[in-house]
Design a protein around this ligand. Structure first.
Ligand code: ADE
Length: 227
């Protein structure tokens, strides 16, 4: 069972539209669509923005729907200088840039309990997402997650520098934490909607929809290759 999570309607609408839906299940405050995509068992849900929403959704997909792989799809702020709107980012690892117990002597982003900063994405899923990227091109790198829409030159620069991150968003690192704990392979696919800088809000408003649709189409292409 392949789980697909997006934070916003625009990130999951094209996925559920392409799904042969067998069941719509309400669980907690979330709605899960179960069915087949390209003949493969899948469950898709909109989790809502932020780490807690994403973690609840990922855990439910694993515990209640038997997801044995989870892919997070959607848009992101590009932090690497080479990234432009509508470029594709495939995470090789994720982290939580707003997790901060440095005062206690931990490294920035250290996740207590896991005992590390970075959660590794599944290499096989990463390969599939790279080979099915538009024009076969994707930026592979660290995606940094936090409960903030980054729209500030200084903050975006700090996240890029502190975590070696190429992109920022608000869910991938939480889904990664849940999956890491559960031993479930995961991936994060993001299309750039803005650059996390002072102009991020305007860029997001203009490009999020087209970027989200591009990511969803990419996920659907990747389904051919996911077992
Ligand atoms: N998702 C898309 N753009 C983002 C940004 N700038 N910050 C956080 N999440 C995002």
């Amino acid at each position: 069972m392949i789980g697909i999570i997006g934070a916003m309607d625009m990130e999951v609408a094209d996925i559920t539209a392409a799904m042969d839906i067998s069941e719509k299940v309400e669980s907690g405050n979330l709605t899960f669509y179960k069915g087949k995509i390209k003949g493969k068992d899948a469950v898709a849900a909109k989790c809502g923005p932020g780490k807690v929403n994403a973690a609840i959704c990922a855990q439910k997909m694993i515990s209640e729907f038997g997801a044995d792989k989870i892919i997070n799809t959607g848009v992101a702020g590009g932090l690497d200088k080479s990234l432009k709107v509508c470029d594709t980012v495939v995470a090789d690892k994720v982290c939580q840039h707003d997790m901060d117990t440095t005062f206690l002597g931990d490294p920035a982003g250290f996740i207590s309990g896991l005992g590390k900063v970075y959660m590794e994405c599944d290499p096989a899923l990463v390969d599939i997402l790279v080979k099915t990227a538009p024009e076969g091109r994707a930026f592979v790198g660290t995606v940094a997650t936090g409960d903030i829409f980054v729209s500030d030159n200084a903050l975006s620069g700090k996240i890029a520098k502190d975590f070696g991150a190429c992109a920022c968003e608000m869910e991938g690192g939480a889904i990664g934490q849940v999956c890491d704990i559960a031993g479930v392979p995961f991936a994060v696919l993001r299309t750039i909607s803005d650059n996390g800088d002072d102009g991020a809000g305007m860029s997001f408003e203009q490009f999020a929809r087209v970027a989200a649709a591009q990511a969803a189409a990419h996920i659907l292409r990747a389904f051919e290759f996911i077992d």
